[in-house]
Design a protein around this ligand. Structure first.
Ligand code: FMN
Length: 173
């Protein structure tokens, strides 16, 4: 029997990987398959009705390298009607003008493929210049915003709260 949730992530220095593990722990390892796209790619994306996608931003607003390598696959993915939440990692002080941009790019890409997006997250409590991951009214991020460089102490609580939220939105709580 397949798992109800597929969590796909790319991670260059391991921070996104650690957050992916925290999310799996919080949701329950039996309910989630964790897939490092550098090792296993995106082939199994279509097997899941509920998706969580994790991406850090690199190099002044760019996609993390593994996601960049697989972008054309994503452009062909059939995600019609699938429920999808994104989470992103970035550095709001070091890269304040590009904070979490890649999460915004990934959100827009999968939404264009037909996914129903959940997991929006208040932008209160962050301090940055600009981000492509904000909603139009700039009050929310389009997914969970994590900053291991500047706000490591917030991560555990943010992950816990967000996991409750998305389980509700997935209709699984
Ligand atoms: C060279 C470099 C460029 C970065 N560029 C950005 C950026 O444009 N925007 C941002 O929010 N964070 C940026 N970051 C911060 C990373 O996204 C952050 O450290 C993240 O936790 C890395 O995740 P990973 O370990 O999963 O690769 C950058 C970090 C480095 C070292």
């Amino acid at each position: 029997m397949s798992c109800p949730i597929g969590l796909f992530y790319g991670s260059t220095t391991g921070n996104t990987e650690s957050v992916a593990e925290l999310i799996s722990e919080q949701i329950g390892f039996d309910k989630i398959h964790r897939i490092d796209i550098a090792a296993d790619g995106l082939d199994s994306l279509s097997e899941y009705e509920h998706l969580i996608l994790g991406i850090p931003t690199w190099d002044f607003g760019e996609l993390q390298e593994d996601w960049a390598d697989m972008w054309t696959i994503l452009e062909k993915a059939e995600l019609q009607g699938k429920a999808c939440a994104v989470f992103g990692l970035g550095d709001q002080i070091g890269y304040s003008e590009w904070f979490l941009d890649a999460m915004g790019l990934l959100h827009d890409r999968v939404q264009e493929q037909g996914a129903v997006m959940v997991g929006y997250w208040s932008a209160d409590g962050y301090n940055f210049e600009d981000s492509k991951a904000l909603t139009e009214d700039r009050e929310q991020f389009v997914g969970l915003a994590i900053d291991e460089d500047c706000q490591h102490g917030e991560t555990q609580g943010r992950v816990q709260q967000w996991c409750q939220q998305i389980l509700n939105e997935f209709g699984m709580s």
